[in-house]
Design a protein around this ligand. Structure first.
Ligand code: FE2
Length: 257
C-alpha cells in the first residue's frame, strides 16, 4: 500500500511510528496503519480557522453529541472526533501547516462516501445534528425509498455522501483535480503504472463531476474527479430517479443497490 501510494498517487511516505505511515503531499495527505483491508480508522475534515472549529464544537455540544478525543499527527491539538450512527469515526480540526512535496498530478482530497444499510438514519444525523445540507437525493420511483444522498458542508456539491447497500463500509474517497485534461493525464499515468480504470471515464448526474475510478492494492476505491458542481447555501435538494443516470450520465453505472 505504501509503495502504491508513493508510485501511483505521488505521495511521500514517512514512518511516524511502528504502525503508522504518513503519506504526504501538498494537496492530499493520508495515514496508513495496520488493520483489516478496506476499513477506515477515521476520516478528517478541516475547519476554516480556529473560530470556525470552536463554533462547530459548541454546536455539537449543544446537540448533546458525545465528542471524543482522537489525535492525529496531521492536526493541531484542538481536534476532536465523533462517531456517526454507522460507527464511522469523523475527526474535525485544523491541519498543521505541513506542506509536503508536490504530487505528480493535481487532486485535493475532497470527499468521502460510505455504503450503508441505514441510509435514512445517517442522513438524519448528518443534517439534523451536524448541519450538513442535502444537495442531491436518489429515490426509487416504485417504493419512494432513498438510495443515495449527497451532503455538502461548503460550496462544493458534496463533501460526504451515502449509498444504500447491503453492507455498511467505506465506499470510496475522491481527489478533486482541476480540469478535464487532468483526468486525461491521470488516465495516462495509471496506464503507465498498469493500474486499470475500473469505472469511467464518465460524468456523474449528482454533482455533475467528471470521474474515473481505480482500486488500490487493498481494494479501496479511489476516484479522480473534476468539475464538481458548486451549490449556494440555500439551494434546494434535487431528486433523481434511482437508476444509472444519477451515477453516470454517459453510460453504465456502478449500482450499490
Ligand atoms: Fe465520489
Amino acid at each position: 500500500m505504501t509503495r502504491w501510494y508513493q508510485n501511483v498517487m505521488g505521495l511521500s511516505p514517512q514512518i511516524l511510528a511502528d504502525n503508522l505511515v504518513w503519506l504526504s503531499g501538498s494537496q492530499r495527505n493520508m495515514l496508513l496503519t495496520r488493520g483489516t483491508p478496506g476499513t477506515l480508522r477515521f476520516a478528517a475534515f478541516s475547519a476554516h480557522d480556529d473560530k470556525h472549529l470552536k463554533n462547530i464544537k459548541a454546536h455539537l455540544i449543544a446537540q448533546k453529541l458525545h465528542l471524543k478525543k482522537l489525535s492525529s499527527p496531521l492536526f493541531k491539538n484542538s481536534c476532536f472526533a465523533f462517531v456517526d450512527p454507522d460507527g464511522n469515526n469523523i475527526l474535525l480540526g485544523l491541519p498543521k501547516s505541513l506542506r509536503g512535496k508536490r504530487e505528480i498530478l493535481p487532486g485535493r482530497l475532497q470527499h468521502v462516501v460510505f455504503a450503508t444499510n441505514q441510509l435514512k438514519r445517517n442522513v438524519a444525523f448528518y443534517t439534523d445534528t451536524l448541519g450538513f445540507k442535502v444537495s442531491d437525493i436518489v429515490r426509487e420511483d416504485t417504493t419512494g425509498e432513498d438510495t443515495a444522498c449527497f451532503l455538502r458542508s461548503d460550496k462544493m456539491h458534496h463533501s460526504i455522501a451515502f449509498f444504500r447497500a447491503p453492507k455498511t463500509k467505506l465506499d470510496h474517497f475522491a481527489n478533486e483535480a482541476d480540469c478535464w485534461n487532468d483526468i486525461r493525464d491521470w488516465g495516462d499515468h495509471f496506464a503507465a503504472n498498469k493500474v486499470e480504470i475500473v469505472w469511467g471515464a464518465g460524468r456523474h448526474g449528482a454533482g455533475n463531476n467528471l470521474f474515473i475510478f481505480v482500486r488500490d492494492p487493498d481494494g479501496n476505491s479511489l476516484e479522480i474527479s473534476a468539475e464538481l458542481e458548486m451549490f449556494s447555501y440555500n439551494q434546494q435538494p434535487r431528486i433523481w430517479s434511482h437508476g444509472p443516470r444519477p451515477l453516470n450520465l454517459w453510460g453504465e453505472a456502478w449500482m450499490r443497490s
